[in-house]
Design a protein. Structure first.
Lengths: 113, 112
């Protein structure tokens, strides 16, 4: 079963605009991770946010986590055509589950030049 | 680069034939995972390993088996491939506590 569910399923924006993707999950987590996948390639890790953290930044990426609402958001600022990809959230329940990740179905982001 | 190599990268085979996919890591990490990715489903865990000869089932393990006889190699076997197993298969490793997984480039498997 899918733990994380991304919203929206697809997002199309113009270069320079901000893109926001949301992720909701159902059970307790140890951390939540965001990944990016370019067409035909493997997943690349973007940001990991621990359950006791509320916000994390990396370059043009900002991730928030609200454990009370079981939700997270990924914000990409000043988007570029090269940001076009699928973005996935994944939840990690920790050592008790052997650090298995449960992925959502992803958001397909298209950034138009 | 987390040093993960998947082989083969592409394979076309017929229904009923056995297929083995290989995942090789160069960094001696304990945890390794096999996923399949299908349109509309995201990534789903097939099997995983938490050490040599220590493996367990994931969400979609039916029709698949795995083996890990040494730290660096994790093999995924389809004993008798079916068309429903046509997919892209990804291997991943986990590098440590509160660390992300690192993925290989995938194997595109088509079963006719």
């Amino acid at each position: 079963s899918q733990q994380g569910e991304e919203d929206p399923q697809a997002l199309s924006i113009q270069e320079g605009e901000n893109a926001t993707m949301n992720c909701s999950y159902k059970t307790s987590i140890n951390n939540l991770q965001w990944y990016r996948q370019n067409s035909g390639r493997g997943l690349v890790h973007l940001i990991l946010i621990r359950s006791n953290e509320r916000e994390k930044h990396s370059g043009r990426l900002r991730v928030t986590l609200d454990t009370s609402k079981k939700s997270s958001s990924l914000l990409i600022t000043a988007s570029r055509a090269a940001d076009t990809a699928s973005y996935f959230c994944a939840t990690d329940a920790g050592g008790g589950s052997n650090y298995k990740l449960t992925f959502g179905k992803g958001t397909l982001l298209t950034v138009n030049p | 680069d987390a040093g993960i190599t998947q082989s083969p990268r592409h394979k076309v085979t017929e229904t009923g034939t056995p297929v083995t996919l290989r995942c090789h890591q160069t960094e001696n990490h304990r945890y390794m995972y096999w996923y399949r990715q299908d349109p509309g489903h995201g990534l789903r865990l097939i099997h995983y390993s938490y050490g040599v000869k220590d493996t367990d089932k994931g969400e979609v393990s039916d029709g698949y088996s795995v083996s890990r006889s040494k730290t660096e190699d994790f093999l995924l076997t389809l004993e008798s491939a079916t068309s429903s197993q046509t997919s892209v298969y990804f291997c991943a490793i986990r590098t440590g506590g509160n660390q992300p997984q690192h993925f290989g480039d995938g194997t595109r498997l088509s079963i006719l």
